[in-house]
Design a protein around this ligand. Structure first.
Ligand code: CP
Ligand code: NVA
Length: 309
């Protein structure tokens, strides 16, 4: 696994199918160890700086608990408290933290900020969500799909809703692992065409496919995995009203389940808005695996930290 040491984890596009399989294998192994109560202090004495300029429940808790379970220590660095929030540059922050900690996880708005951090840091940078991507979430999602379906390649994953960070990372992760990814979004809220083109190239090379549709009912037909996310992401609060109108019909509900494969599973990165992108009935229903998915954030990110740090 030495090929991973020192690498950044910023986009799933940066890894080969075999490398992603490695992350998934290590995640499954670490989950087994943790469930069996066997200590696994792979990162004893190491520290992870965790920069957050956006809210978080799952990402913060899973990274902080994860590094602790690996024998290390996490430092929660709120954008409101560190000097970054008062205008200290990313470049200076990167070089200072590189002298003190062994890895940085960052959740922020601009994806470029994460790329800049990686450019100036001499330690691995882990992307804990930007406006463009959410790769840690999708690694946990792939792990969850693998656990419930016993495979990844050849499965159809339908994502209904905003062409946002989740849609982009699902395209990248799905394409690399040979899934058929179908995304249905309303006009004006489609995934970034440049990223779609990249994902389609990845899909071609790895036996998958990526298709962008308008019709959410067409998209879910025969799907093995149904996925959705909020209509208004963090930072888009002012657009919530306008988005509410644009996204009518882009919901996972009982009708979607009727059209999907009979044993389809339903995923949502959470937090969810019941009655908007997903119904109460479906998120609480028998097909939903959203809490397995949330738990897998812990195991997937322990694998990322163990491998790159
Ligand atoms: N899914 C996810 O990243 O959740 P948080 O915003 O709570 O971290
Ligand atoms: N698209 C959502 C995902 C939250 C985990 C957001 O960026 O707010």
């Amino acid at each position: 696994h030495s090929q991973f040491k020192g690498r950044d984890f910023i986009s799933l596009h940066d890894f080969t199918q075999n490398e992603l399989k490695c992350f998934l294998d290590v995640a499954a192994e670490l989950k087994k160890e943790q469930k069996a109560g066997r200590p696994h202090p792979i990162l004893q004495g190491k520290t992870l700086g965790m920069i957050f300029t956006k809210s978080s429940t799952r990402t913060r808790v899973s990274f902080e608990v994860g590094i602790y379970q690996l024998g290390g220590q996490g430092l929660f660095l709120s954008g409101r408290d560190i000097q970054l929030g008062r205008g200290e540059t990313i470049a200076d922050t990167a070089r200072v933290l590189s002298r003190m900690v062994d890895g940085i996880m960052i959740r922020t708005f601009s994806h470029q900020e994460v790329l800049d951090l990686a450019q100036y840091a001499t330690i691995p940078i882990i992307n804990g969500l930007t406006d463009m991507l959410h790769p840690c979430q999708v690694l946990a999602d792939l792990m969850t799909i693998q656990e419930h379906k016993g495979r990844l390649a050849g499965l159809k994953l339908a994502y209904i809703g905003d062409g946002n960070n989740m849609a982009h990372s699902l395209m990248f992760g799905g394409a690399k692992m040979g899934l058929q990814v179908v995304i249905a979004s309303p006009q004006g809220y489609k995934p970034d065409p440049a990223l779609v083109a990249l994902a389609q190239e990845d899909a071609k090379a790895n036996g998958g496919s990526v298709d962008i549709l308008d019709d959410p009912l067409e998209a879910v037909k025969g799907a093995d995995v149904l996925y959705t996310d909020v209509w208004a992401s963090m930072g888009q609060e002012a657009e919530a009203g306008e988005r509410m109108k644009a996204f009518q019909g882009y919901q996972i509900n009982a009708e979607s389940l009727k059209l999907a494969h009979p044993s389809a599973i339903v995923l949502h990165c959470l937090p969810a808005h019941r009655g908007e992108e997903i119904t109460e009935e479906v998120i609480e229903g028998a097909h939903s695996v959203v809490f397995d998915e949330a738990e897998n954030r812990l195991h997937a990110q322990k694998a990322i930290m163990a491998l790159v740090m």
